[in-house]
Design a protein around this ligand. Sequence first.
Ligand code: IPD
Ligand code: CA
Ligand code: CA
Length: 285
Amino acid sequence: MSEGKDIPLVGGKSFTAVAINCAAKAGEWIKTKLGNHTSLSIKYSAQDLVTEVDKGAETMIRNLVGTHFPHHSFLGEEGVEPGPEASAKALQSVQDAEYLWIVDPVDGTTNFVHGFPFFSVSIALAYQGEVIVGVVYDPMRDELFVAEKGKGAYVRGRRMAVSGEAALRDSLLASGFPADPNYAQPLNMKQLQAIAPQVRNVRSVGSAALHMAYVASGRVSGFWEVGLNAWDLAAGALLVKESGGKVTDMQGNDYHLGVRHVAATNGRIHDELLQALQQAETAGT
Ligand code: IPD
Ligand code: CA
Ligand code: CA
């Protein structure tokens, strides 16, 4: 892929190579800090945590991207004020950028803090609002999930494909427990209660980006969660699409950077999942 502008570049690396390099470098460093973080603060709610490792990893990625592509824009979780309104505003301020890097330096901070070994680095590059590169790196398993628009998605050098289940009753789903106690958490819980009896089971490993990568690699049939941000989803959305799956909001509109309430599936169970989610939302109370 060419830069599209006459910018002198040191090294002239491809977008994907830079994304992989950033994710690998940050991921290795994050792993060395497991059990060693020194500061822990609360952000939007008591369930929304941040450590010096989240901030350090984001700075590392921002600096590395800036070295290769100094004129590109950057949206990283730790550069944005906490809470859904501030996130939406931050995205609005950069979404018209020609090239935009969208980064969650540690997706699964609660797991990282507790030593529960599921967290990831999520890096996406959007060109004119559309994701063209997506990388999710799981440093604990040394698994790097990578997708380029139109070129497929890969893990451990093998092309990924979504799973084959055609009905919810045969499906293994994933979801999260959102940190926003006012809106996202109660709605997600309501949906979980409605969905659980309709599927084989539901898993929640605490990293939305990894859940998306697991949909892409066929390890789960689908994933939904209310109240996510662009940095949780952008890389994973391309992984799922390039693996033959489907990513929409909960009304069935195609994924775009502003989607916060997401459904990502193997495609075959998509309509049935959306219907079940919508029924749960409107049912009762
Ligand atoms: C969180 C994780 C978690 C999801 C939360 C996210 P963070 O991201 O993706 O799985 O349930 O909604 O906020 O805060 O660890 O980057
Ligand atoms: Ca996140
Ligand atoms: Ca994070």
